[in-house]
Write a protein that binds this ligand. Sequence first.
Ligand code: GLU
Length: 424
Amino acid sequence: MAYIEPAPIRDKSNPFESMMERFHIAAEKLGLSEEVYNVLKSPTKEVKVHLPITMDDGSKQVFKGYRVIHSNILGPSKGGVRFDLGVHTDEVKALAAWMTWKCAVVDIPYGGGKGGVKCDPRSLSAGEMERITRAYTVAMKDVIGPETDIPAPDMGTGPREMAWMMDEYSKMEGRTIHSVVTGKPVVLGGSLGREEATGRGVMVCAIKAMEKRSIDPASATCAVQGFGNVGSWAARLLVEKGVKVVAISDKSGAFYKADGIDIEAAIEYRNNNNGTIEGFSGAENIDPDSLLTLDVDVLVPAAMEDVIDANNAHDIKARMIVEGANGPVSANADKILQEKGIMVVPDILANAGGVTVSYFEWIQNRTGYGWTRERVNMRCERFLKSAFEKVFSATKEYDVSMRIAAYIIAVDKVAKTYMFRGGF
Ligand code: GLU
């Protein structure tokens, strides 16, 4: 084939290279033309800004802000805004592309985008966070919009930041525009069920995967890495299905209890302890790296990219991995896990519950009519189950892993849409 292969992946993976490696495999399986390959691999727009912010002590600090629109072929681009010290161009580019594939896999009419600000939210006051968020919104005024590019929460941001973004954008437009961001507080046009939606999707995929492997959830064990919004909701909803969550962790450390951790107690502890489980007494302290290699049925990495790479993939003992985070398994690790027969439910399917309910939020904002929690949850589960089945059948049709099957479905859908729309 005539298209240029992505550069070989270095030992310490780069998320954009990991994304490209999978895209390349899917493109080859589909026999994508060179023209379409080149269109789909190139982000539509990359914007970088510098935000001078007055800090609480009166000093000025300059923060780097990013927004990448990977694709708007299927519709307006959609994707979160990440506040984290690790934010850099290649990460935002990879995350934006993952949003394109994610929206295509679950069949919602969006392209993919992502944004970020390089900062440490834990060391910033609420006032500093507000000024950064509002400055970012002003700087991105010509990029974002309810019909063009719709941000949402990601690592380090939540409903509070979305409220500031919506307010600042509305002020600039001179009228209230709810649908410019999703993941807002419910009183401000946020959707019921959005907060737990990503965790719900993880749970739905884990239960489906167990069904395919004939594992009874009531006798299954699970380890969850990351105890933020995604990890804690996934853990809570899996426990509701009878799964025993034996290990949890966050940036401060990890905990293990063979007969199952009381997740409600851990969530309550975290909520009253500055958002961390540091010092939790309901389970035994373990080495955070060892959580990933526990002998459990289901491993849910719900923290960040590249936590499972070629260095530790050989040691994974879980029967299946359900990716709550974006990109937690590097492309190099994919092959090792596949050889070991470990089923990996990929991020672009497993964590798509969040953007699915974002779509429902956007619909509710545009029609001015709020849905019940039951309707949101039921439709979210329906979208995820149907996407899971489609991906699972594609594994058989193409004889590939769940990850490559999901990319094949996504790339095929975006490619076909591009062919109808055409270019210049
Ligand atoms: N940040 C989330 C994700 O990575 C949600 C994006 C959205 O709702 O637009 O899927």
